[in-house]
Design a protein around this ligand. Structure first.
Ligand SMILES: Cc1ncc(COP(=O)(O)O)c(C=O)c1O
Length: 388
């Protein structure tokens, strides 16, 4: 019997190795892995370049402490600022930690300018920002917060796409609007460009901060390095994680100069965040993602994949309600509960994962090959046919 806490509904499948887009199970089966650790393995399994970078650093120094200068982290931070809106970066270990640090930074900014009551964060109802106490209450989800009271105060909510509700929910104590640029867990719901522009405009008018959670949709997943780049806006704070480590736990918060100025020595910290081993892997991930044509290829593969999925939707209109997504953060929304569909895909050796609103979430590695997309499409069609 497993000694692990039962907080997961695990599938009865274990893997002995992975390579690129594929996973090999302990019982000898080969799966096309379009979960990739839930958008984490941006460069697939056992990527030789990442292995080399990690091994090289492992022989030098793994961990020191943020009490010292960490050149690998200096380099990663510099590269992130050169490619984004950010002026400064702070490293964490996970997405929830990064999101929570983003909330802290927003509050600390208003504290630093003497507006101590301006500390409320306005979020989308039923969004996902992690599993720490603050981030579950930020999500506004009944399911995630159940039994974890007392409620962490300081969060207000509006419904997805409810523009009037958003405006109404802003009070004089609102410090920031925080949302995922493309909502992953809640059902692959992409905030349209014009909407992001509108939110930025509201933030400017109300003199509040914009936090865009790019933990899942960032680091090339959308086809841009950060998904909001499509809207040509500049947020104030952006938590990232998942893809930046390619499977190694890394979180980070990108922020502009104004916000960063409030994060003075002692205001925040982490034992592991930004250690040399993690930073070396992060730099190796960026070496690949920043390669000429890499992101363009994500966009091209996205278009190819979406058009393939739309053809299946056309042929099976009673099974598939909608094809959703951006870049390689894709989903098909079904009319019925998606568990049976996901199980069937698994039986046909394609791994996917659920998201809200009956969505089957599809997360190939960013360097997925066209023939692997073809294979996935073939399996989707077969399963639709089996369930028709
Ligand atoms: C948008 C978003 N924010 C935060 C998190 C939390 O990240 P982690 O599980 O690394 O704590 C996730 C995880 O799925 C996420 O998708």
């Amino acid at each position: 019997m497993s000694a692990l806490v039962r907080n997961y509904n695990r599938r009865k499948i274990a893997f002995k190795k992975g390579k690129g887009s594929f996973l090999y199970s302990t019982d000898g089966k080969k799966y096309l892995d379009f979960v990739q650790g839930i958008a984490v393995n941006s460069l697939g399994h056992a990527n030789p370049y990442l292995i080399k970078a990690m091994n090289k650093q492992a022989k030098k120094v793994w961990h020191v402490s943020n009490a010292f200068v960490i050149p690998e982290g200096e380099r990663l931070a510099k590269r992130l600022t050169q490619k984004t809106f950010a002026d400064y970066v702070v490293f964490q270990n996970s997405g929830a930690e990064a999101t929570e640090a983003a909330i802290k930074a927003a509050r600390r900014y208003f504290y630093s300018i003497g507006k101590t009551k301006k500390n409320r964060i306005l979020c989308i109802k039923n969004s996902f920002h992690g599993r720490t106490l603050a981030t579950i209450f930020a999500s506004g989800s009944k399911k995630m917060t159940e039994g974890f009271g007392p409620k962490v105060p300081g969060f207000d909510h509006f419904d997805f796409a409810d523009h009037k509700g958003l405006k109404k929910a802003i009070t004089k104590n609102t410090a920031a609007i925080m949302c995922e640029t493309a909502m992953g867990e809640s059902g692959i719901k992409v905030i349209p460009e014009w909407c992001l522009k509108g939110i930025r405009k509201i933030c400017n008018e109300k003199k509040i901060l914009l936090i865009l959670d790019e933990v899942q949709c960032g680091i090339g997943r959308s086809g841009k390095f950060l998904a909001f780049e499509y809207a040509k806006i500049r947020p104030d704070i952006v938590p990232i994680a998942k893809g930046i480590g390619g499977g190694f736990p890394i979180g980070a918060v990108l922020m502009n100069k104004k916000v960063a100025s409030a994060m003075t020595p002692g205001s925040h910290g982490s034992t592991f965040g930004g250690n040399p081993l993690a930073m070396s892997v992060g730099n190796a991930v960026l070496d690949q993602i920043f390669k000429k044509g890499f992101l363009k290829n994500v966009e091209l593969n996205s278009k190819y994949f979406i058009s393939g999925l739309k053809k299946i939707k056309y042929d099976y209109p009673k099974i598939i309600k909608e094809v959703r997504g951006i870049g390689l953060l894709l989903g098909i929304q079904l009319y019925k509960d998606q568990n049976k569909f996901i199980k069937k895909l698994e039986e046909n050796k394609l791994l996917t994962i659920r998201a809200g609103e009956n969505v089957v979430r599809i997360l190939p590695p960013l360097n997925v090959k066209k023939n692997e997309i073809d294979l996935a499409i073939k399996i989707f069609r077969k399963v639709c046919n089996q369930l028709n």
